[in-house]
Design a protein around this ligand. Sequence first.
Ligand SMILES: [Zn+2]
Length: 355
Amino acid sequence: MTWRTGIVFSSACLLHKAGKYHPESPARLRLIMRGIEDSNLLENERVVLIEPEAASLDDLRMAHSVQYINMIRDICKRGGGLLDGETGTAISKESFLAASFAAGGAIRAVELVMNKRLKNAFVLCRPPGHHAGYAYADGFCIFNNVALAAKYLINEYSFDGILIFDIDAHHGNGTQEMFYDTDEVLYISLHEDPSEFPGTGFIDEVGEGRGTGYTVNIPFPYGTSDPAYWKTIKSIVTPILEQYEPRFILISAGFDGYFRDSIGELSLSAYIYLKIFQVMTELAHKFSGDRLVAVLEGGYHLGFLRKIVPAIISRMAGLEFNLRDDRPKLDMTAQRSAEKIIEEARKIQSRFWNL
Ligand SMILES: [Zn+2]
């Protein structure tokens, strides 16, 4: 049997509408699927398309309160509405359904990887999840898909040693909060300065109680580019993971750090995303029996999504892919401030890891 990479996708995720001109639009998934078609990935025997089911209420309760789940369902029944005006988190009539399929996709992917039916998987879902908390929606997110995947591993398989690596341009406040006091999940997030949004993810947030040392935040100044990210991967992320030896790797795969993205304030190129996935698949091979599931978060540049996601899935499947894209101009001021942040993070994390 060929060891396959799963593309987990349900057209139900297209039904969530946040507003006519909202950047978190169904077009994001449509364009990714078009990119996958263009690349003929699904004709390769190493790749398979998986249609998930909706998460059940019991599934959603692993990470969210019953009152919150019911509230979302009721608002949708009434035709939708604005959940959070400040961050533009809105839902439509079918958002509950779409969000349940997004969460169901993340859970299904983990299950198939655990049952060895898949080597790894990329979950193409929306609404995104990492800002959603136990009882609140935030930053375009309704249910926390990646947190549900981790909870499922803990509940169904008594798994620990789970890594959630969050590369979205924004800090995953919801995810951090859910695992802040536990050592079952190591949460590492690289993101832009979170002062404006979401207000968490600062360098000294390192977890609490049993979870102390199991939250790693590297907040970069606006305009940070590939070299600082690469240095962080090499000098902080990889050494920590060599010591943590993750048994399952979950990636909160947001692409709004891309330099042309309208929402993120970072200045990353396509190449750093590919390198990050290369490193993560290698670490998964070394420590996790290849078990890796990526879950789509943000990313609003449609042309980039269409290009980068098929390239990453190809890499996950061990296939060649020819990706060409422009590189942003390096902002030296941002680069120098980023270097300082890396040094400070290394010092803080040295209390818990040998760095
Ligand atoms: Zn984001």
